[in-house]
Ligand binder design. Sequence first.
Ligand SMILES: *Cc1c(COP(=O)(O)O)cnc(C)c1O
Length: 460
Amino acid sequence: MRYVSTRGGVSPISFSQAVMMGLATDGGLLLPERIPTVDAERLRQWSRLSFQELAVEVMTPFMTRGERVTGQLPELVRRSFATFSHPEITPVIRAGEHWILELFHGPTLAFKDVALQFLGNLFETLLSEEQGRLNILGATSGDTGSAAIHGVRGRAGIHVFIIHPHGRVSPIQERQMTSVLDANVHNIAIRGSFDDGQSIVKALFNDLPFKQAYRLGAVNSINWARILAQIVYFVHAWGRVTGGDPEKRVVFSVPTGNFGDIFAGYMAMRMGLPVERLVLATNRNDILVRFMESGVYRIGTVQPTISPSMDIQISSNFERYLYYLLDEDAEAVRDAMGRLQREGLFAVSEAKRAQAAEIFVPRRVGEPQTLDRIRSTWEGCGVLVDPHTAVGLEAARDFPEAICLATAHPAKFGEAVQQAVGRESPVPASLDGLMERPTRCRILDPDPEAVRAFMREVLD
Ligand SMILES: *Cc1c(COP(=O)(O)O)cnc(C)c1O
């Protein structure tokens, strides 16, 4: 398999080149040259596999024949999911009329672990081959930073620098980051906001001499390997729920922010997984819902909610879907993205909007309904869910039997859970004693120069 950019400016590259490139050099996102497909008989066989066996089957056709990493995939998969606390890795449970796909059994209790545990191992393997080094730099409002830190802690050839806004992430999220004391992990708390953190990251990535000298890498969901790892659990959950009967089509409901998770579901569908619809569930930050309803993609302002990991303004992975919606016309994607940059919006034709609406069911869920859903799921089914998961469950109210993705453990968003049901979530073993552990973190002014100086101090 070879990879191309949604904007057409990258001549086809291999799987490992695509992983190391992250964002395409022309500003677009990388995608496989074609989508591999799976037939009914193979699907039936796949439904009998363990998560790890299935992961190897699903990922292999996306890799490049002849690359060393392709042969190392079974070992990579084994290592990546050994850190999960549930034997099924991503189990499916019943909750009233819905299924819940639990994606939070990894080290930081959010679904991002599935992809970032894999990406950490993958980076390490690729770097050891070329004897290279990589310095990951990112800003976080909580989940991504901790999952990234746990994905690369202790790995040879990699340093990770994660910026969070000082005192503005939840205490659990902060400790999940700052209590990791491996020598290659560097937490930076800036005296400022998440947006300040992001603009520092942007400034350093735009400083090309610095970027090249220190080989900066990104960990947000623009990396193709993150999407790839997430395709696996859609296939796995389908097999568990249908028993592998290819006649049985399912609906998935996906709490959505950057469109990464739901795009993985779309890829699974394009591979031939019997998916009827994908419910696109958002909170008040509803740019994607508005697009599906109107055909206009228009940037708004971010509004803080009780499901903060979905509080986004631009969905970076949406460009990948747009590429397929526009019939793989890279020039049309480039035009749309140029217009977005210049004017803050772009539009597609009514025919294209209707085509998208055949697959995606857009649903916006407000905070009162989110809290109500946490309460009714607890009282009706004895299952405690976090606010992100509750958005997906509520969005699927017209789809009994939908498989709803549980993207975080309820203990991670304890305040909203407490508010909804009047009791605290039980705390999983991995959080035991977390608040008492020693921490390490550098507090800096919200200034690119301060962060650059700190990175030099560590790396030189
Ligand atoms: C990141 C995140 C999401 C949104 O996922 P996307 O891939 O960005 O759409 C939803 N829920 C939780 C808990 C998350 O951490």
